[in-house]
Design a protein around this ligand. Structure first.
Ligand code: S6P
Ligand code: ZN
Length: 194
């Protein structure tokens, strides 16, 4: 591996964002139409109000190769699509035995994890929560609060990102608002996605 100069970044600890990002990715509702269970709600939002920013990832620009530790911040805007909370696409790591660490910096949300056998777990996150994504769990995050939900993430450089598995079948469960509470319910579109 080529020698790399040491460097430091700054995180705005109020907003929970990496100030000096080498790459910025924005995910809008139109980028993740099939991620939400309520297809009609997606189309209704797009028709009525146009596109909507769901989340932004700001990455430090570390090479995604073995030995490095890429890191980023993610900010998910508050809101719902139907009754499902705004969330990230979610992914497995290509190398399933690669773990990850999240540190919540702002807002409130949940880390939703799914094992290969469909088992789903959640971890509540608020400012100061360090959440561990063990090897072999797909992971996505959802904003369950009424302001932006932000967290820092760091993962092994050779983990790789497998979005296709989740895009194809979705998570077994979705996080929705029911009677004022965030609850996990069976995904009505599980396995039956177009
Ligand atoms: C990367 C890590 C996060 C996510 C980010 C967006 O391993 O888990 O930086 O990339 O939270 O989620 P997603 O599912 O769109 O990559
Ligand atoms: Zn990951």
């Amino acid at each position: 591996m080529a020698r790399m100069e040491p460097f430091a970044s700054r995180i705005d600890l109020g907003a929970g964002t990496l100030e000096t990002a080498a790459a910025i990715i924005q995910r809008k509702l139109s980028d993740m139409r099939s991620a939400y269970a309520d297809e009609a709600a997606v189309e209704q939002i797009l028709a009525a109000e146009g596109d909507r920013l769901i989340y932004e990832v700001r990455a430090a620009g570390i090479d995604e190769v073995e030995g490095h530790i890429p890191h980023s911040t993610t900010v998910i805007q508050p809101g719902r699509v139907g009754d499902e909370f705004h969330m990230t696409k979610g992914h497995f790591h290509v190398k399933r035995d690669r773990a990850e660490i999240y540190l919540c910096l702002a807002g409130q949300g949940q880390l939703i994890l799914q094992a290969e056998d469909g088992t789903v777990r959640t971890v509540a996150m608020e400012r100061g929560t360090v959440a561990y994504v063990p090897p072999s769990w797909a992971h996505r995050t959802a904003n369950t609060g009424d302001r932006p939900f932000a967290f820092f993430a760091a993962w092994p450089g050779d983990a790789g990102h497998d979005y296709g598995t989740i895009e194809a079948s979705g998570f077994a469960k979705i996080l929705v608002l029911r009677d004022g509470e965030a609850v996990l319910v069976d995904n009505p579109r599980r396995g039956g996605r177009p």
